[in-house]
Structures are given as C-alpha cells and as structure tokens.
Design a protein. Structure first.
Length: 56
C-alpha cells in the first residue's frame, strides 16, 4: 500500500501506525517520514523560540 506525500509528491510506504490510521480515516492527510522529520525540526525550533519570548 503506497501513499503519495502531499508535500513532496513522492510515494512512500506508511508505517504500521499510519496504515491503521489511513484505514480508519482515508481522508486523513499523511506525510512521508522525510517531510515529517523536516517539519518536526522546524516546529520544535519555533516552540523553543516562543518559550524564550514568553519568559520575559
Ligand atoms: Zn514528503
């Protein structure tokens, strides 16, 4: 079962957890692991930044 990542348009094999989710919710948007790590890094960086700003 291959899925196409909405961000990079590359086909990828979802892991077991994602496969279960996709079977339950076929309309759910899934991204490939590569994009996932890329985005997670950015989100974490932003969260860190927000933390430092809110500490004032
Ligand atoms: Zn991707």
């Amino acid at each position: 079962m291959k899925h196409v990542c909405i961000l990079c348009d590359h086909a990828y094999e979802p892991n077991r957890q994602q496969q279960k989710k996709l079977m339950k919710f076929p309309q759910l948007i899934q991204i490939c692991p590569r994009c996932s790590t890329r985005i997670t890094k950015k989100v974490m960086a932003r969260a860190e930044q927000a933390k430092t700003y809110s500490n004032d």
